[in-house]
Ligand binder design. Structure first.
Ligand code: AMP
Ligand code: MG
Length: 519
């Protein structure tokens, strides 16, 4: 292919048919563009042939048999594969899952970041060997949701997969009723999941787990290749994955994100948010908030996400056991102890990362710069703020953005928001203590620290739902594009003009109380 020096490869395919199967997408009748993410395409230095065009539309629709695509000079870089994985779903092990409606098209190594590899994947491109009776398709709604929310998460600064393209299939998919179908093109740093390791352990053996672990290290943690090999290297791998998960969940906590289905097959090894099914953002702050209709026991509630991440990491650790065990007498016990120590460390590592993320929400750029006394004060203030926000039933995003707007004001009421709350008397005192702490800590430019940690614009659930409804009913995407643009600049503290309405929490009748996988 001409033009860029961007490379295409199939390194995952080279791991062999145990891990993935070459699978052709099923063509669709009448593909039409919904959206193409030009900024992402540019950041990947995608060549002309993969940019928004009639020919690329055929690719992103999965119509690879169409001769206009077959004749394209990009056709030879595509080798679609369905990836195998297993996973614990709501705590129950399912040994065989895999890409039931997704296909990895190719891996791209962009011209200007030659040390990074990205997967380009179609989602909704027809059945595969792993479809388990499913149709391999996706309705329009979930495609629009993933496009909007994953891109918003990226601009919020949260590690995530991204959306390159959305294409309407011109066909219906049948769920409870016929729904318009669509296909999403997703970009991820990889699609290796905790469930991929579980698949290797369950169906292969030590050699398969080792192959996958070595591949993962090379792709995501190449610095480990410079350290010791063998058992210590795989322990270091677990540690690195643990660090990434801790960072990810701390970031979800910062922005009030509830993933909704943190199964081990939806837990990416490289620490990106993956699979936007029944996900939602907190509006009213409720620490134990559950949205997903299928999460009946609240396993994946907002407050439980760190514990679940730790549980998922323990499942990963189990698969690594044979790579660390040196078969010496009693080494089994020693190995288990080594792995357990790492998993046990998670709450501590998470708390550190969370405190760092949350301190920024309160104007402290680095919690490490506080003395012990200041740190204790800050933690107490943060705790009280969250408790009062919950007791007063405040909107999470509004509470923090109005706090941000208070940061550079010496005098004045706490905020319009706090004045109207049930426990209004509490707030002025809290605010006084907070401003004293900022002074004592010599906090530099607290407003600008807070304005980069407290988003004003998030993809509010009711907006996403309204956008999907509108698109399904009339095909009107005006709101989709308006919101997509506004949510690409979530820390915008300037006058929002015509987008002011996007600040508002839902009216009682607009509130989304239940979310659905919508597969
Ligand atoms: P998810 O809930 O999207 O994480 O999917 C869980 C599993 O179900 C994965 O193995 C998916 O590939 C599979 N799956 C979800 N929807 C479909 C579908 N429409 N057809 C086939 N497989 C599906
Ligand atoms: Mg999934």
């Amino acid at each position: 292919m001409t033009s860029t020096k961007t490379r295409f490869q199939h390194s995952y395919g080279q791991l062999g048919n145990f891990f993935s199967r070459v699978t052709q997408p099923t063509p669709v009748q009448a593909p039409q563009w919904i959206a193409f993410n030009q900024a992402l395409a540019d950041s990947l230095s995608l060549p002309e042939a993969l940019q928004e065009s009639e020919t690329a539309l055929l690719l992103y629709a999965g119509n690879l048999e169409d001769e206009r695509w077959r004749d394209s000079d990009a056709a030879n870089v595509i080798e679609p594969r369905a990836l195998a994985y297993a996973g614990h779903q709501f705590g129950h092990f399912v040994p065989q899952l895999g890409d039931g409606r997704a296909l990895l098209l190719t891996e791209v190594v962009p011209e200007d970041s030659p040390h990074k590899t990205f997967d380009i994947q179609l989602k909704g491109a027809g059945p595969t060997a792993f479809s388990r009776g499913g149709d391999g398709r996706s309705p329009l709604g979930p495609v629009l949701r993933e496009y909007l929310v994953s891109e918003a998460m990226h601009h919020l600064g949260v590690p995530t997969t991204r959306a390159l393209a959305a294409v309407a299939s011109g066909e219906y998919v049948y769920r409870d009723s016929p729904l318009p179908g669509a296909i999403l093109t997703r970009v991820a740093s990889s699609h290796i999941r905790v469930g991929t390791f579980q698949f290797a352990a369950a169906h292969g053996g030590v050699e398969h787990v080792k192959k996958l672990a070595d591949y993962t290290i090379k792709r995501h943690f190449p610095e480990l290749l410079e350290g010791p090999s063998g058992g210590p290297r795989y322990l270091a791998l677990l540690q690195q994955v643990m660090q990434r998960q801790a960072h990810l969940i701390a970031e979800w906590t910062r922005v009030g994100f509830v993933h909704g289905v943190m199964n081990t097959d939806n837990t990416s090894i490289c620490g990106e948010t993956i699979d936007y099914g029944p996900c939602a953002f907190l509006d009213t702050f409720i620490n134990d908030k559950v949205f997903s209709s299928i999460d009946r026991n609240g396993r994946y509630r907002f407050s439980n996400q760190p514990r679940i991440a730790q549980w998922n990491l323990a499942r990963l650790a189990e698969t690594l056991l044979p790579l660390i065990d040196d078969k010496a007498p009693n080494s089994d016990e020693r190995t288990v102890a080594l792995l357990t120590d790492i998993i046990r460390d998670f709450p501590h590592v998470y708390a550190q990362k969370r405190d760092h993320s949350l301190a920024r929400k309160f104007g402290i750029a680095s919690i490490g710069d506080l003395d012990e006394h200041g740190k204790t004060d800050l933690l107490a203030l943060m705790d009280e703020f969250y408790q009062a926000t919950e007791a007063d039933e405040l909107d999470h995003t509004l509470a923090f953005s109005s706090l941000t707007q208070q940061a550079d004001r010496a005098e004045g009421p706490f905020s319009e928001l706090a004045k109207t709350t049930k426990n209004a008397a509490h707030w002025p005192l809290w605010r006084k203590r907070w401003l004293t702490l900022l002074n004592q800590a010599h906090a530099k430019q607290p407003f600008s620290v807070m304005a980069q940690a407290n988003p004003r614009l998030i993809p509010r659930n009711h907006r996403v739902q309204q956008i999907i409804h509108q698109a399904e009913e009339s095909g009107d995407l005006t709101e989709f594009f308006r919101c997509h643009r506004a949510w690409s600049n979530p820390y915008n503290y300037a006058d929002l003009g015509d987008n002011k309405d996007l600040l508002l929490p839902p009216e009682p009748n607009e509130q989304v109380t239940r979310t659905f996988c919508g597969t």
